[in-house]
Each structure stands twice: as structure tokens, then as C-alpha cells.
Design a protein around this ligand. Structure first.
Ligand code: NAD
Ligand code: GDD
Length: 338
């Protein structure tokens, strides 16, 4: 594994904490969307990175120094991944957009609970210095998200618990598990609550795709004057955070001493209809929208990212229009290649 360059948030923090100037980082879920981008970013920062996943990244080769194919639900398979690392970024999960998480709740609960608990146990067993858990905006109470203009979600609003479905319940359970491992076993944990992350090299077909990628795909595949299918009436709102901003925030959080959960998300709420119209505009096509029944999830969700601004000095820097243009271009190119 290589020597780190100085200057990244993580290496600066390590320099303060120990004589080492680089970290050995395990990224679980390294074959997925955020994991593969995070591996590349950690490598650019000069760290020694091990990836672990059921699969290799689909769209470009991994930048990891070492890559372990394993099923983290099986503790014996997972064990080698956790040996001899300083930091763990726990991103592996059975995840998708509304089309996936609304229909596979028993499997999601089972898979993700096993992954999370195994990861915490092994991180503790091998005395890793720090453990970052990728949680979700789905932990927040559904009752706070019933209107398109629902107030932005602050971290402390998470209790009393009423999270979204099995996916949200598991994330909330695993956040609590992080706390108990921290209290009983002194595991130093970081919790990132991610709000709808999008960008190139994310899943765009097959049923797990989230709204930005799904709509980009539909628009890219459409013929002139087609109508694009949108689930719901289009009035539901979300905020969308571009992948490079997300990875930057994860890196800052990992390097920080912030043990409270931190929202990582854009504060720019937009309706799904407006999102679709923006994507159509990026494409330059003339297309209509057709609103259909589909899994809608909450009616309105936005991140309050004050804590990340204040404690991590982080704000998303990629405007939605720019991020959507890059995402659309990438998905359109994938469709042309197929
Ligand atoms: P992704 O599906 O692209 O990546 C998840 C990866 O986990 C996949 O490569 C998958 O193969 C791997 N995985 C699943 N089960 C596994 C197992 N049993 N053993 C080993 N690997 C396994 O998803 P993503 O968008 O990159 O999400 C990464 C993390 O961020 C997840 O924990 C997710 O819940 C969280 N998150 C993502 C978003 C988002 O908008 N993308 C929002 C909130 C939270
Ligand atoms: N996926 C998808 N596909 N959603 C669509 C579509 C479509 O073709 N058309 C309209 N939508 C609407 C959905 O009905 C939903 O109301 C909204 O777009 C957003 O859907 P998703 O992007 O699939 O999911 P989400 O924002 O409700 O939840 C996602 O973000 C969470 C974090 O904020 C999921 O990916 C969760 O897993 C994640 O944790």
C-alpha cells in the first residue's frame, strides 16, 4: 500500500492523532455507487484502501489497493476484510429507490441487520480506530414529512421513532447499535444520514434506481413527443445531493470528531414534476409527463444541513442543473452503448 500525500482532511486528522500520516481504510459496499466514488476519493487523498462487496463496481474498475469479494451477512466470510485496517466506512446495504425498498421489506430488514451487526462486531474485534455508518434520511419520522413543504429535517427530530418502512427501521436500529458499541466497546463511531444522492455511475435500471436516475433513463430512451411516466402526481418533494459533494462530506465526517449523526444532503427542495422538467430540458427533447400510480414514499423531504455547515464546514457546491446535466449525459451514453 502506498504512502499518503499530506493535506487531505483524513490525513490531517491522523497527523493530529498519531504519528502515521495515512490511514488504512476499509470501504464496505465498495462495488456500489457511493462506495466506488468514495474509494476513488480516498485513494486521491493518498490513503491505503481496501474494498469489500458482493461484486466489483459495474461501470469502472475499482481504485482500491485490495478488493475482497464477500458476503457481509456471513461473519466468517466478512472477517478477513476487517483485519489490519484503521478506519471502516460501512456502506454495504441492500438499498434502492422507492421501487425497491417498498417491495422487499423482509429481505431488506434481514440483510441489512446482518450486515450492520457483523460489521460492528468485526470492527470491535479488530479494534479499528473509527467506524463510519452510512445511515439514511429514511430514519426520520414519517409524520414530519406529510406535506410537500414539510420543514427541513434536523438531526434531533429523529425521535420519537416513526421511520420509513423496514429500510428506515433498520437504519435507525443500526444507528442505535453504533451508539451501544461506542458506549460498551469504545468503538469511535460516525453516523452520516444521507439524503437522496445522485450522479454518474449510480444504478439507473433494474428496479433499484432512484428518481433522478430513473427519470434520466426514461427521458434518454424516449422518442420525440413521448410521455414520460412519473410515479404519483409529481407534487412530492425531495432534495438531491450530487455524488462528489456527498463523498467530500463523508471524508470530512470521517476525519472529524463529530460523534452525533450528521445530515448529508442538499437543502434545495424540488418537486418531482420540476425535477422531471429539468431533466427534459437538459435533454433538449420535447416530451410530456404522464402521472401514474407508483410507490411514492413520503410527501415532502428536505435536509437541514446546518450541523454539517457548522461542524464540518461543508456545503454542497454542485448546482442541481449541473449535476443533472452530468448524470443525464452519463446515462444517455450508457443507453447508447447497450
Ligand atoms: P449501492 O446499492 O450502489 O451500494 C451498496 C453496495 O452494497 C452494493 O454494491 C452491494 O453489492 C453491496 N452489498 C449489499 N449487500 C451486501 C452484502 N451482503 N455483502 C457485501 N456487500 C453487499 O447503494 P449506494 O447508493 O452506494 O448506498 C451506499 C450506502 O449509503 C448504503 O448503506 C445506503 O443505505 C446509504 N444511503 C444511500 C443513499 C442514496 O441516495 N444513494 C441515501 C441514503 C443512504
Ligand atoms: N425511483 C423512482 N422512479 N421514483 C420515482 C419515479 C421513478 O420512475 N417517478 C417518480 N418517482 C418519485 C417516487 O414516487 C418518490 O416519490 C420520489 O420520486 C423519490 O423517489 P426515490 O428517489 O426512489 O426515493 P426517495 O427519495 O423516496 O428515497 C430514497 O432516498 C432515501 C434517502 O433520502 C431512497 O433511495 C432511500 O433508499 C434513501 O435512503
Amino acid at each position: 500500500m502506498q504512502t499518503a500525500r499530506c493535506g487531505s482532511p483524513l490525513s490531517r486528522t491522523r497527523a493530529r492523532h498519531s504519528s502515521m500520516s495515512r490511514a488504512r481504510v476499509l470501504v464496505t459496499g465498495a462495488g456500489g455507487f457511493i462506495g466506488s466514488h468514495l474509494v476513488s476519493s480516498l485513494k486521491r487523498e493518498g490513503h491505503a484502501v481496501r474494498g469489500a462487496d458482493l461484486k466489483y463496481p459495474e461501470f469502472s474498475p475499482t481504485s482500491a489497493d485490495e478488493y475482497i469479494i464477500c458476503d457481509l451477512r456471513e461473519v466468517r466470510e466478512a472477517t478477513p476484510a476487517f483485519r489490519d485496517v484503521d478506519y471502516v466506512c460501512a456502506l454495504a446495504a441492500d438499498i434502492g429507490g422507492m421501487g425497491h425498498i417498498s417491495k422487499n421489506e423482509a429481505d431488506i430488514l434481514t440483510n441489512n441487520t446482518l450486515i450492520s451487526i457483523n460489521s460492528l462486531r468485526l470492527a470491535t474485534r479488530y479494534r479499528v480506530e473509527r467506524f463510519l455508518f452510512a445511515s439514511s434520511a429514511c430514519v426520520y419520522p414519517m409524520t414530519l414529512q406529510t406535506a410537500p413543504e414539510s420543514p427541513a429535517l434536523q438531526e434531533d427530530a429523529v425521535l420519537p421513532a416513526d421511520p420509513q418502512g423496514a429500510y428506515g427501521w433498520e437504519k435507525l436500529f443500526s444507528e442505535q447499535a453504533c451508539r451501544y458499541y461506542s458506549e460498551q466497546h469504545r468503538l469511535d463511531v460516525r453516523v452520516a444520514r444521507l439524503h437522496n444522492i445522485y450522479g454518474p455511475e449510480g444504478t439507473y435500471q433494474g428496479g433499484r434506481e432512484k428518481a433522478p436516475a430513473a427519470i434520466c433513463r426514461k427521458v434518454a430512451a424516449a422518442q420525440p413527443c413521448d410521455a414520460i411516466e412519473i410515479w404519483g402526481d409529481g407534487g412530492q418533494t425531495r432534495s438531491f445531493c450530487y455524488i462528489s459533494d456527498c463523498v467530500d462530506a463523508l471524508s470530512r465526517l470521517l476525519a472529524s470528531n463529530i460523534t452525533q449523526p450528521v445530515n448529508i444532503g442538499s437543502e434545495e427542495a424540488i418537486s418531482i414534476e420540476s425535477l422531471a422538467r429539468k431533466i427534459i430540458s437538459v435533454s433538449g427533447k420535447k416530451l410530456d409527463l404522464r402521472f401514474t400510480d407508483g410507490p411514492e414514499g413520503v410527501r415532502g423531504r428536505t435536509s437541514d444541513s446546518t450541523r454539517a455547515h457548522r461542524l464540518l464546514d461543508w456545503r454542497p457546491t454542485t448546482p442541481l442543473d449541473a449535476g443533472l446535466a452530468r448524470t443525464y449525459e452519463w446515462i444517455a451514453a450508457q443507453l447508447q452503448r447497450a
